[in-house]
Design a protein around this ligand. Structure first.
Ligand SMILES: [Zn+2]
Length: 617
């Protein structure tokens, strides 16, 4: 949530009565900054008091390692009951945020499997849903004390506020989402008051990052480190409403939250932190502003340079291939880049930034978290690019040699538009956006792959060919590019072409079960059963439980009239509890050929009941 879109931060065009109430009952930090414009990294920083380069969660899917102590862990040791209620699958500890649940007695993850096609409940929860879940848990666990994290994801791209906020803020859906989230907060505050918990509670309201809303060319967030995405609201309501109505003007950071809570709960043994308790700043005991660092590795996913920033004494310096320096007092919108290498301010900030980088583990150069294909589609549905195109530690050169994200932001916006359109089934719009991205740069691998995949998903296999071929030419050593291209060739009828591409790819990297599988299927189509048998057998050597390979192998065996071998293989696979009806079709065929009609009929029955079961679901 951007701080400048909240009522108590001076925004006149919105109604946020609950946030304003917390500010009135507590302390408002006018200048609070997140070190990261990315959800996972930012929340990990809040919960550990560490910068992303210290805690290591510099991207989605990267685990928060056990060495980094979390706030709930520390509070649980002191007897607190701890629970977390999340509003988006991006923070699910089973998939995209491993380790973030550490220290929580209860962490409200998303269901592992759901047939629900709507985004609500599957990848996102409305704020009111999250709040009600938290209230339900508190009802069931009444004994004090509690530490509860309630994550409201609504004020976040994509902007789709529910009624009546979609009408009330028709032209400003982001504001509509903030106003809606505020109404969910109202429910939570009323609940706390009803339980007589409000006065005694420490309530911290903080944003994990803002949104670009087109500023600096950035539609959403994640690529840049400007204030539009890093300046967040931070409210602190102390027990018994102490210091109510105080406004702190000094610059603070979200990594200061953990030390503040430990200070207030008198936790003696605090872990090493990149932040400092905020209590010293309240009531003018200390006035000095703190240095705010910023980091983003997200550009690496697009093949662009990661960014680092430092915000100090009214200046911001951004380390980038083309560095930036802003005089924030004269130019709060960060529109006039005053960078010159010999400038003394530049020198001072650059030195402080590199000293900080020396202190923490290096974030750049490590590869992004590996996520499964299931979570890849969740990531895309949320508008983020998966790691498939990211540079890894082995192929990232000196980051300053990568393109500057400033030169690429238009392309990033188009990719983002395409992802969201594809998720919503607006294929034509996605196609238009990706074609436009390729008009900027015809050899841009990320767009080539996306467009190729889009045409494949639309069953336009011939249409996918030129994009996937170009990608294959650009990345001759990449097995996945070869696999995608050969799949398109095979589905558009060019089996010979597909075979040649796969053979070349397997010469570079022999252990590719998917490539072996595809070669086996191509051989089956051409009735070359012995070749098919060898390919499927190779696939099974690499992935013994691969059901597609088992089925392919059975077909190859049946094609060669090796009925006993086929029967043995199929019986073993069936005994493992498969739900695949085709396997029983093949088993029926084997039994019939072997003169066992009773078994054949039983296999046919199994296949039929499985298909019925499937249509019922
Ligand atoms: Zn976020």
């Amino acid at each position: 949530m951007r701080s400048d879109h909240v009522g108590c931060y001076g925004y006149q065009r919105i109604q946020t009565p609950s946030l304003d109430q917390v500010a009135k009952d507590g302390v408002r930090f006018a200048e609070a900054f997140t070190p990261s414009p990315i959800t996972n990294s930012s929340h990990a920083s809040i919960l550990t008091g560490l910068l992303p380069s210290s805690h290591g969660v510099s991207d989605f899917g990267m685990p928060l390692e056990a060495a980094h102590v979390t706030l709930p862990e520390l509070l649980r040791k002191q007897g607190y009951r701890t629970a977390a209620f999340i509003g988006a699958v991006i923070l699910d500890s089973k998939s995209l945020a491993p380790g973030l649940d550490r220290g929580f007695d209860f962490y409200d993850n998303f269901p592992e499997k759901t047939d629900d096609k709507s985004r609500w409940g599957r990848i996102e929860r409305r704020g009111m849903d999250v709040v009600r879940r938290a209230e339900g848990w508190l009802d069931a666990h009444k004994a004090d004390p509690h530490f509860v994290w309630v994550h409201l994801y609504d004020p976040h791209d994509p902007y789709e506020p529910p009624p009546p906020y979609d009408q009330k803020y028709k032209d400003r859906p982001y504001d509509g989402e903030i106003a809606y989230a505020d109404s969910a907060l109202a429910d939570l505050l009323a609940y706390l008051k009803k339980q007589d918990w409000y006065d005694g509670a420490l309530i911290i309201v903080v944003g994990d990052h803002g949104e670009g809303l087109g500023e600096h060319g950035e539609d959403t967030h994640g690529i840049f480190l400007y204030d539009s995405t890093t300046h967040v609201p931070l409210l602190l309501k102390l027990p018994q409403e102490k210091e109510a109505g105080t406004v702190v003007a000094a610059q603070v950071r979200t990594v200061d939250i953990l030390p503040t809570v430990l200070d207030l709960t008198r936790t003696a043994k605090a872990p090493k932190s990149d932040g400092t308790s905020l209590l010293a700043l309240i009531g003018d005991k200390e006035e000095s502003s703190r240095t705010a660092f910023g980091e983003t590795d997200y550009p690496l996913r697009f093949g662009w340079a990661p960014l680092r920033s430092i915000r100090q004494d009214g200046f911001k310096f951004i380390e980038a291939p083309r560095p930036e320096l802003y005089d924030l007092r004269a130019d709060p919108g960060e529109t006039q880049n005053r960078y010159v290498p010999w400038d003394s301010t530049t020198g001072r900030l650059r030195k402080a930034l590199s000293e900080q980088r020396g202190k923490t583990r290096s974030g750049a150069g490590r590869s992004p978290g590996a996520v499964s294909s299931g979570t890849v589609s969740e990531l895309r549905a949320l508008g983020y690019l998966d790691a498939s195109d990211a540079r890894s530690s082995t192929d990232v050169p000196e980051p300053s040699l990568l393109p500057d994200p400033k030169d690429k932001i238009g392309v990033q916006n188009l990719l983002h538009t395409a992802m969201m359109a594809q998720e919503d089934g607006r294929t034509e719009e996605a196609r238009r956006a990706l074609t436009k991205a390729l008009a900027f740069d015809g050899d841009y691998a990320v767009a080539l792959r996306q467009l190729g995949q889009l045409e494949m998903a639309s069953a336009n296999y011939k249409g996918a060919l030129p994009y996937l071929k170009r990608l294959c030419d650009l990345r001759p050593n990449e097995a996945r590019a070869a696999l995608d291209y050969s799949r398109a060739l095979s589905l558009s009828g060019d089996l010979e072409g597909a075979r040649a591409v796969l053979a070349r790819s397997l010469r570079l990297e022999a252990n590719q079960p998917e490539a072996r599988l595809l070669l086996g299927q191509i051989a089956l189509k051409g009735a070359r059963y012995k070749t098919a048998e060898d390919e499927f057998a190779s696939a099974l050597l690499l992935e013994p439980a691969n059901e597609q390979a088992q089925i392919g192998l059975a077909k190859a065996l049946l094609g060669q009239k090796k009925f006993t071998d086929a029967r043995e293989l199929l019986e073993t696979t069936a005994a493992a509890g498969t739900q695949n009806a085709e396997l029983f079709d093949l088993l029926e065929e084997a039994y019939r050929a072997l003169g066992r009609p009773v078994d054949a009929n039983r296999a046919r029955e199994r296949a039929r009941s499985m298909r019925q079961e499937k249509t019922r679901n």
